[in-house]
Write a protein that binds this ligand. Structure first.
Ligand SMILES: Cc1cc2nc3c(=O)[nH]c(=O)nc-3n(C[C@H](O)[C@H](O)[C@H](O)COP(=O)(O)OP(=O)(O)OC[C@H]3O[C@@H](n4cnc5c(N)ncnc54)[C@H](O)[C@@H]3O)c2cc1C
Length: 333
């Protein structure tokens, strides 16, 4: 059987994960990435949680995404010889008694029961939660920078990574065939995140850049073990270090972190955590978002060899593995 040859543009969590799925199937994969220049993945806290707290429901296809995430990241951790996908309980701090009552009522519902713990009364040192917590046991975080930097080394060693910005004028296509610098590929997949509007083949698909800011901080001797959600999140990363965030700032063309957001984030944190705070790092990035809040994985309407793999929004860690598995299956047929 002829070897499948695929060019992937973008080595974020989307492009990297798709590459691993295709390599596992024996495909000949080439990646192109500009050195994470516009990377959303390297800014992300990487938290994953199958619930939506607004209405206290399971998110879209949660069980399937969680199952695929364990399967894919588990395999990839083995291949790369490191651990980057973690399970960690998430404590939702109730803002008032109404939220606490709602949790009690809904947490026994069939769809949610597999993810949450009911009847939870324990207190957490250094955390102010007068109305208590709801606990999501099936949740966690992915150390995306560690995953992607290790994956990059792996791709470099295999000599399948071109470290450069793609020039779209180097691509020649018609309805049947696709060439990059005169080399023919069975498929080209664009996983370029929020920079999609620069891609002449897929700019008809609007990916909205949704800015977010994250702080890395130290909390002196707080030793908070679980992840916290209080509108914002607190993610313990070990060694008294935590990530805090993240904001949602639509239509902000300024790519840099701002002092105003930093102060607001710290104020919100001080309302729930009692500890001395030291800010170590402040990052900003853009989530690649589609109004439907669903990823976009589809072929070009005319040039059938071109695909887009994008729109993972604020849920890249959960959404990418299943979509990568399914796209690699489809391309291999
Ligand atoms: C502040 C913040 C917090 C977040 N927190 C979470 C979270 O807790 N959990 C979660 O699941 N998700 C979170 N996200 C969302 C997550 O980051 C995204 O869903 C995910 O990273 C998207 O990955 P991607 O591979 O599609 O895009 P990217 O990570 O942006 O990757 C695209 C890659 O393509 C490269 N590229 C672009 N154009 C070209 C070109 N022309 N030529 C070559 N290379 C190119 C870019 O430099 C980049 O390396 C957060 C995002 C932000 C900004």
């Amino acid at each position: 059987m002829k070897e499948l040859k695929v060019l992937i543009v973008g080595q974020g969590i989307a492009g990297s994960s798709l590459a691993f799925c295709l390599l596992e199937k024996g495909a000949n994969v080439t990646l192109i990435d500009d050195g994470f220049k516009s990377s959303s993945s390297l800014v992300a806290a990487g938290m994953w949680n199958p619930l939506s707290f607004k209405k206290l429901t399971t998110g879209w296809r949660s069980s399937e995404f969680v199952k695929a995430a364990y399967e894919f990241y588990g395999k990839t951790e083995q291949l790369l010889g490191l651990s980057f996908f973690h399970t960690k309980p998430l404590y939702r701090i109730f803002a008032d008694q109404h939220q606490a009552n709602e949790w009690d009522e809904k947490s026994d519902r069939m769809d949610i029961r597999e993810f949450v713990r009911s009847n939870f009364t324990q207190k957490l040192n250094h955390v102010k939660a007068p109305f208590g917590f709801g606990v999501v046991d099936v949740a966690g975080w992915c150390d995306i920078p560690l995953y992607l930097k290790t994956a990059r080394k792996y791709f470099q060693e295999k000599n399948i990574l071109i470290e450069n910005r793609i020039k779209f004028e180097d691509i020649e296509v018609d309805s049947e065939r696709a060439f990059y610098r005169a080399e023919e590929y069975d498929y080209m997949v664009f996983a370029t995140g929020w920079k999609n509007n620069e891609n002449p083949f897929f700019k008809h698909i609007e990916i909205h850049p949704n800015k977010g800011q994250v702080l890395q901080i130290k909390l002196k001797n707080a030793h908070i073990e679980p992840m916290l959600n209080y509108g914002n999140f607190l993610l313990p990363m070990g060694d008294d270090t935590y990530k805090v965030g993240a904001t949602y700032e639509f239509n902000d063309p300024n790519p840099l972190p701002t002092e105003e957001t930093k102060q607001k984030t710290l104020e919100k944190l001080k309302a729930v955590v009692e500890s001395e705070i030291e800010v170590i790092e402040h990052l900003a990035g853009y989530r690649p978002t589609i109004p439907s809040r669903k990823p976009i994985v589809t072929a070009h309407p005319e040039f059938k060899k071109l695909y887009i793999f994008n729109g993972f929004g604020s849920k890249g860690v959960l959404y990418v593995p299943l979509h990568a598995m399914q796209l690699s299956d489809a391309l291999s047929q």
